[in-house]
Ligand binder design. Sequence first.
Ligand SMILES: C[S@@+](CC[C@H](N)C(=O)[O-])C[C@H]1O[C@@H](n2cnc3c(N)ncnc32)[C@H](O)[C@@H]1O
Length: 257
Amino acid sequence: MRFCFVAHSYTPVAPVTHVSPIRGRFAVFSPPDRAQKAAWDHEVRPAREDVGMRHDSADGRAAVRKFFTERAARWDTRFPDDGPAYAAAVAKVGLRPGDTVLDAGCGTGRALPELRSRVGASGTVLGADLTPAMLDEVARAGRQPAATALLLADVARLPLRDGCLDAVFGAGLISHLPGPGSGLSELARVVRPQGRLALFHPLGRAALAARQGRRITPQDIRAEPRLRPLLAATGWRMLSYVDEDERYLVLAEREAV
Ligand SMILES: C[S@@+](CC[C@H](N)C(=O)[O-])C[C@H]1O[C@@H](n2cnc3c(N)ncnc32)[C@H](O)[C@@H]1O
């Protein structure tokens, strides 16, 4: 059995089942050492003109929290019909019963029930998010039975031990990462060799840009020519890339270390 080490689980408005019921698989985490933090803080980040906001600083993280706190209560009602798209994307991850999976940037937990159904009662589902108000909505939406543990955490600085996950599912996440390189490296750190990463959005890049009243540009980190080498540089091998109006889904495998 592998062990995940969790520092801070999150107890939202209505308590979720967390930490203790997971048969002792969680324990105290040591925060990243200074050298690793310095590497995170000083990473040179690519231009990100149409990939959302940056938060490679406390101010940046606060901006992300503010943005999503203002939207948390309305999040699910804004996108009520996305359920089947999430289910279809989760089905592609290749999860097996008993697996341990992280929903990175889980928001209101829209993927959590499907992740739970894929890993079964013997599996472990973690949801991590930077914004407390989004995690509160997991409970309000009645999704807490699906969540084994909710973590109030930056996915670029996860309180999890190396290689303790079988997979990471990140929906609508990559554009918010504090420098996609550092975020993807951190996700690679916590996933075992041959484990999976899914980067998903229920809209493709062009459709999302149109909804937001902007154009996609070659600088978009989600574009295949940019994302493929970035994944390779951060410990991932891209397995597939789909960018169509109704789905953006990239699957990658953790390279052997
Ligand atoms: C576009 S929303 C998507 C939420 C959810 N995955 C969904 O598909 O509905 C992005 C979420 O990522 C969270 N987030 C952004 N940056 C993060 C980070 N570095 N660490 C953890 N969560 C983050 C935000 O708080 C927000 O809840």
